[in-house]
Design a protein around this ligand. Structure first.
Ligand code: ATP
Length: 924
């Protein structure tokens, strides 16, 4: 038990050092004994079981049935009729179907392995980092590498990644609802509590899975992984099942429906075939039934897009991986789809639209204006008027005392900021004026300032305060958004006089407006003298009252150069871009104007402030949101209301957020976007998309990638389904229209054998489909409006195209078959003609399927993977008709060169004609 002991005893117990932390070597050793800091998970289904399970699929069962029938028929021939050659061809057929079944199972295994791999790597990239002290050095370490004895530091918005004992806390409050059910944050302390204290009251402990909602603290890790309280109650965690995305659900639903259709077709075939045989021959034999059965099986196989589900999920996973390469980390495959349908992006300003490299360029202190030279973190630059700087001393020292940021010079000689960028700007201002926080706090120095309490900045309150002791005077220093601070102020410092706020307000407000109009971020600094007793005991809300305003800083935070272009691109793609910021309305409006986000005719009308939102009912807000482009001075609670009303307007909203309080809004948004660098753990956890580089442009790229992936999926679905329609139709036409023997072909002969159909579905068609999944976008996808997220993937004319092209293709295949039979070709040769006509029909068609217009509108060589896949399919399909071995196995036959030329070229005709008609029509 660590909570009833003193800090020193706990540290001794864990053999660690508060000042230097563990050594890396020691930490490594401990890791080997305790294991990783991860909750134990149920091991995933072994791959061999995934393989076996694929045999439960209805398609595979149908195929296994076909194998059995072939074996029975072969055995019958061998034993009863003695037709050895026919028997062997049946056996070959059984073997070939088995091989295709194995290919299908292989695809399932590949798909599962692929999904697991990409999930694991996404998980690894999303692994939280913890600030850990090791080898006397603070560093970020992956949470799963924590060991007991590690000294860690946490701040607002962090997850607590292990069970810890607090060593130092500053206004630290932690949410532990997952363990205790207590929905309010618990204030933490470092003093020991008695041994019989319940978990919820052990105020000097922090537990794995809790979130820090306020303040910061240092702690020593006491338990990790399965040893934590969470680990003990969680037991074995089920590995998160991979959820199906809407398209996958649509496709699986479609496949299931098609299986029913296949069943219906089989029954219909047997019935219609029997009737037909009876009418044409007046009798019915075993041989004719066997022929019918093989047509029925071929039809069943033809009706189901076998490879589609596997190809689809693999393409989606590949999409997520591609996205992560462009710095957009997608957390679920669902979002790949939603991204492409996004209609509105609501973005933070600071750090996302702007560079977050803040510099104070002007300030107003003690009633006087100052200009500051220099940009960036280097403490170089004059402050003018230099001879008046003394008057600004109170303002500048207060702004660096109420501040936790630092700027340090690294070995390369450049200045590296650490901490809140707004605070960094003030630190640099201090350095330019000759003040250092460390020197002010130095016990031996003349200043001798002590920080007694610290109330961190939060974006709801928009203030930050410290309570200090300077000599024997006690003070609270509060800095924050000027308009907010004004409401808490009694006086304004002007020329060393305290002017009542009623008198000074107008001056101060005009300064705020003037700074904001120059797109400067504004921040006011204030102080108040208090008693020793108040310093120690007054709650935060009472301390931050009756303040004296010392001055106002104007901070430049330049817009990111590339954002203007991104905004224009998104607007061209009919995606609205709005800014949601905690900053001042005027500053926000000025930045938005610079980025091209505002319609310049009435810019002010497009700005809505948080306090105005408070006055609006949901319905009133609903009416306003279509026109607003900038939401200013909003707090996180407003964000959720805004998203809801935007969604009511039919928008698919992607929204960014970086603070803890943004998490609920991110969850409500269709795509919650978190910042990878500056975001808190809590927002990353609630987000769907994480910007690894915090840049707005990454959202633009992700939306574009989402659109590309979706379009590619649509194209290959169109391609695959067209094949199925063509196959079913050519078989049905054969069954219904061939009523008497033609040449060597009997009226019972199916147009295509089951094996040929399987070959087309699994080999000659599947490979180009895969390649379509990697296709480059056609034209500029960002020049068209977003797709309707509610509409099915089959909507938008897709079904019509599939039916039209499939019907034409099926008819051509059937005609080719009849022509061959009429020309006196053998059964095998006629079926081979049909087979190759289908294969090449599809290979021509694939170039059409990748265009929303026609194949004339796209360079066929722009996707090299597709060209290779098509070449492979063409050559391998020709080879299976030329090799004697495959002739036996697949029931194909070698054709004459003239016929080969015909089956390669003829199927191009319908594709070219349909495309030609469409091109002509489009041209009109
Ligand atoms: P966005 O929401 O676009 O990131 P933001 O970062 O400007 O905007 P907040 O962080 O909520 O929004 O800041 C709102 C205001 O609070 C700022 O305009 C500034 O006046 C004040 N402020 C920001 N940071 C601090 C800080 N560290 N200490 C005191 N006041 C601050």
């Amino acid at each position: 038990m660590f909570y009833d002991q003193s800090k020193a005893a706990v540290l001794a117990d864990l053999k660690t050092n508060r000042q230097t932390g563990l050594t890396s070597m020691n930490a490594q050793q401990r890791l080997t004994t305790t294991g990783k800091n991860e909750l134990p998970v149920v091991p995933p289904t072994p791959i061999w079981l995934v393989f076996l399970r694929s045999f439960k699929e209805p398609l595979v069962i149908i195929l296994l049935l076909a194998v059995t029938l072939s074996l029975v028929s072969g055995g019958y021939d061998l034993v009863q009729t003695g037709d050895v050659q026919h028997a062997w061809s049946s056996f070959y057929e059984a073997i070939a179907i088995m091989i295709l079944i194995l290919i299908n199972s292989g695809l399932s295994v590949w798909q599962t392995a692929n999904a697991r791999k990409s999930l694991a790597s996404l998980k690894a990239m999303n692994n939280h980092q913890v600030a850990v002290l090791r080898d006397d050095n603070w560093d970020k370490v992956a949470a799963n590498l924590l060991v007991p004895g590690d000294i860690i530091s946490v701040k607002t918005g962090d997850f607590i990644e292990a069970d810890v004992r607090w060593l130092k806390v500053s206004e630290l409050a932690v949410l532990e609802a997952h363990l205790t059910g207590e929905s309010l944050p618990i204030d933490k302390q470092v003093e020991p509590v008695s041994a019989d204290t319940d978990l919820g009251d052990r105020k000097n402990m922090g537990y794995s899975g809790s979130t820090v909602t306020n303040g910061n603290g240092y702690a020593v890790v006491v338990a990790t992984g399965g040893q934590t309280e969470l680990g003990k109650i969680a037991g074995l965690l089920k590995d998160t099942p991979t959820q199906l995305t809407p398209i996958e659900k649509t496709v699986n639903g479609l496949t299931r429906k098609l299986m029913l259709v296949a069943g219906g077709i089989v029954l219909f075939t047997l019935l219609a075939g029997t009737v037909k045989t009876w009418l044409t021959t007046g009798s019915f034999s075993f041989a004719s039934f066997a022929a019918l059965l093989s047509t029925a099986i071929a039809l069943a196989v033809a009706a189901i897009p076998d490879a589609l589900p596997a190809v689809l999920s693999i393409v989606l996973t590949i999409g997520a991986t591609v996205l992560s390469k462009s710095n957009g980390l997608i957390k679920s495959l669902n979002s790949v789809e939603t991204l492409g349908a996004t209609t509105l992006i609501a973005s933070d300003k600071t750090g996302t639209l702007t560079k977050n490299e803040m510099t104070v360029t002007r300030f107003f202190a003690n009633g006087q204006d100052f200009e500051v030279e220099g940009r960036g973190y280097e403490p170089l630059g004059e402050i003018a008027p230099a001879d008046q700087l003394g008057a600004a001393q109170a303002f500048i020292t207060a702004s660096i005392l109420d501040n936790e940021a630092t700027v340090a010079k690294n070995e390369q000689g450049s200045y590296v900021p650490f901490g809140n960028p707004t605070d960094v700007a003030l630190v640099v201002l201090g350095q330019k004026a000759g003040f250092e926080r460390a020197a002010l706090l130095d016990q031996s120095g003349a200043n001798d300032v002590d920080i007694l309490r610290l109330f961190p900045f939060d974006s709801t309150r928009k203030m930050m305060s410290v309570v200090i002791k300077q000599g024997d005077q006690y003070k609270v220093i509060t800095k924050g958004a000027p308009d907010v601070l004004l409401q808490h102020a009694d006086y304004l410092a002007m020329a060393d006089q305290l002017v009542p706020i009623a008198t000074g307000r107008a001056t101060f407000v005009s300064k705020i407006e003037a700074f904001a109009a120059e797109a400067l971020r504004t921040l006011a600094v204030s102080e108040r003298i208090i008693t020793a007793d108040e310093a120690l005991h007054l709650p935060m809300a009472d301390l931050e009252q009756h303040l004296t305003l010392l001055g106002l800083a104007g901070i430049i935070d330049p817009p990111r150069e590339e954002v203007r272009h991104s905004v224009a691109t998104l607007q061209a793609a009919a995606i609205k871009v709005v800014m949601i910021t905690g900053d001042h309305a005027k500053t926000a409006q000025a930045i938005a104007a610079k980025l091209g986000m505002l319609d310049q005719t009435a810019p002010a009308a497009q700005v809505l402030e948080g306090r105005e939102i408070d006055q609006l009912s949901d319905d009133e807000l609903f009416a306003r949101v279509p026109d607003v482009r900038v939401y200013a001075r909003v707090s996180p609670a407003h964000k959720q209301r805004i998203v809801r009303q935007l969604q009511r307007q039919g928008e698919v909203v992607a929204m960014t957020g970086d603070g803890v309080n943004d998490a609920p809004a991110l969850r409500v948004a269709d795509i919650g976007v978190a910042m990878g660098i500056n975001g808190t753990d809590v927002t990353k956890e609630s987000a769907d998309l994480i910007l690894m580089d915090d840049k707005f442009t990454t959202i633009e790229h992700s939306v574009e990638a989402g659109r590309t992936i979706f379009t590619n999926i649509k194209n290959f679905m169109r391609h695959e389904l067209t094949t199925n329609v063509a196959e079913v139709l050519s078989l049905l036409l054969g069954l219904l229209l061939i009523t008497h023997d033609i040449g060597q072909v009997s009226s019972n002969t199916p147009t295509l054998t089951a094996l040929m159909v399987l070959w087309v579905n699994m080999v000659s068609d599947a490979l180009p489909s895969f390649a379509l999944g990697y296709d480059v976008p056609e034209g500029d996808l960002m020049q068209v409006p977003p797709r309707d997220s509610q509409a099915s993937i089959l909507a938008d004319g897709l079904l019509g195209r599939v039916l039209l092209r499939g019907t034409v293709m099926g008819a051509v295949v059937f005609v080719a078959f009849i022509w061959s039979a009429n020309s006196g070709l053998s059964v095998e040769a006629s079926q081979t003609v049909a087979f190759l006509t289908l294969v090449f029909g599809q290979l021509w068609h694939v170039f059409d399927a990748r265009s929303s217009k026609t194949l004339f509108h796209r360079n066929p060589f722009s996707n090299s993977k597709l060209v290779m896949a098509v070449a492979f399919s063409a050559v391998s399909s020709l080879l299976v008709t030329m090799s004697p071995f495959f002739n036996d196995v697949m029931g194909t036959a070698r054709l004459s060169n003239g016929v080969y030329a015909m089956v390669i070229l003829l199927p191009a005709v319908p594709v070219l004609v349909i495309s030609g008609i469409k091109a002509w029509w489009l041209a009109r």
